[in-house]
Design a protein around this ligand. Structure first.
Ligand SMILES: NC(=O)c1ccc[n+]([C@@H]2O[C@H](COP(=O)([O-])OP(=O)(O)OC[C@H]3O[C@@H](n4cnc5c(N)ncnc54)[C@H](O)[C@@H]3O)[C@@H](O)[C@H]2O)c1
Length: 403
């Protein structure tokens, strides 16, 4: 058996592509996952997630013997932790997966090894894991290289971005940073920026919080403009003619597993200081609630005017345009809320990027807009922009389809 160079713990959306990329560089990678199905699928040279070009990369790495998956770690020179960091309780980050993954490799560590966390983590996680490691293995104190290196790839373009994105790399000391930079330089062509572990951890959280705050500004404008009787899309277009202004577009909230989640990692640790970040989360969540209320009000207005209940087309379920990902999706939240308030109403639920859904009965987007009395655009999918809609319909355009 060949000596293992890298142990990759967590073979999900980030860990598996990273493992495949390192293996393409002819390093021996031992991938570890607690999910037996994942381990078996990878060992068959197949993949359990949807990501372009990943299937060929995994098939080739497994066939050539550079990638193997297992339920348990083995001894290596480099260990990468790429496990989930979800919420627990009231928007508190849960680092128990990172801790469990770390505990699993502590007995295997030896002098000179490199340990890197890539999971999105609250500030101080790398130091906490360092303390945990040295508590169990005091003889290794200051003999390991320990670093944090966040991931910023875009799902759908991961194999390209893993190579070409710049990376921020922060060690717990100078020699750890240097060792981690030398590791990533083997397969990353983007620039590698050196810092310390706490700054690297915060950098990932701040990138997504920055997006969230900017979207919250646009969403807040949409609420103000609705009351002021101003077209928010026209307003933003005009304001952006200023050479130093660049306002984003409003929508029906913020979703996905990063932008809608990571700001809480800052707010939960620094509640007194993170006022704008916390408020942005509230505004973006409120915008979804507001959209659901707007649909309710439009239905009541219709009923008063026509003496019958309207049918409603809810256009889009995904968390952003032109994808099939519904995680933390505001459009899905709005649809659930509208349906909860009125079980007997007639609804046409539309999501052109998925064939079927286990809860919602889906309708073709053209059919839905022809049949419905009220059309609520929740996601700016490209298909919706081509639609020709009769002027008799009531339209609620929350995402600028008609702008
Ligand atoms: N997916 C993204 O687009 C993205 C982007 C940037 C950062 N991140 C961050 O990267 C980290 C991983 O995200 P992901 O999307 O790859 O998650 P994922 O859920 O797709 O994969 C994580 C894998 O880890 C496994 N796992 C859990 N505990 C384990 C343990 N103790 N030992 C071994 N395996 C274990 C799970 O079974 C799963 O297969 C998260 O912190 C996430 O926030 C994700």
């Amino acid at each position: 058996m060949n000596k293992v160079d890298v142990v990759m713990i967590g073979l999900g959306y980030i860990g598996l592509p990273t493992a495949a990329l390192i293996a393409q560089g002819e390093s021996y990678v031992h991938g570890v996952d607690i999910n037996e199905n994942v381990v078996n699928t990878v060992n068959e040279g197949k993949i359990h997630i949807v990501e372009p070009s990943l299937d060929e990369a995994v098939a080739s790495a497994v066939e050539k013997g550079y990638l193997k998956a297992d339920l348990k770690a083995v001894e290596a020179d480099t260990y990468l932790i790429v496990v989930p960091t979800p919420f627990k309780g009231k928007n508190e980050p849960d680092i128990s997966f990172v801790e469990a993954a770390t505990r699993g490799i502590i007995p295997l560590l030896k002098k000179g090894d490199l340990y890197i966390i890539e999971s999105t983590s609250p500030v101080g996680t790398t130091e906490k894991m360092m303390d945990l490691i040295y508590e169990e293995r005091p003889e290794l104190k200051d003999e390991l290289h320990i670093a944090y290196c966040p991931e910023r790839v875009l799902p759908g373009n991961v194999m390209h971005e893993l190579v070409y994105n710049d990376r921020v790399i922060g060690g717990i000391d100078q020699k750890s940073t240097e060792k981690a930079i030398s590791f990533y330089s083997q397969y990353v062509k983007g620039e590698l920026h050196a810092t310390n572990a706490r700054t690297a951890e915060m950098c990932k959280l701040v990138e997504n919080s920055s997006r969230d705050v900017q979207i919250a500004f646009a969403n807040e404008l949409s609420l103000i403009c609705d009351k002021a009787g101003i077209n928010v899309w026209e307003l933003i277009e005009l304001a952006n003619k200023h050479p130093r202004v660049n306002i984003l577009q409003p929508g029906c909230g913020v979703g996905g597993h990063c932008i809608a989640v990571d700001p809480y990692f800052i707010v939960s640790e620094y509640p007194m200081e993170s006022k704008i970040i916390g408020t942005a989360r509230e505004i973006n969540n409120y915008k979804s609630f507001w959209c659901a209320e707007k649909i309710q009000n439009e239905k009541l207005k219709f009923e008063l005017k026509h003496g019958r209940k309207p049918s409603v087309a809810l256009m889009g379920l995904a968390f952003k345009p032109n994808i099939d990902d519904l995680r933390e999706s505001p459009a899905k939240y709005i649809t659930q809320k509208v349906l909860q308030n009125d079980h007997n109403g007639e609804y046409f639920i539309v999501e052109p990027n998925i064939e079927e859904h286990n809860v919602f009965k889906l309708t073709d987007y053209k059919e839905a807009t022809e049949k419905a009395d009220i059309i609520a655009f929740l996601v700016a999918h490209d298909e919706f922009k081509e639609l020709e809609i009769s002027s008799e319909k009531s339209i609620l355009d929350f995402c600028g389809i008609l702008k």
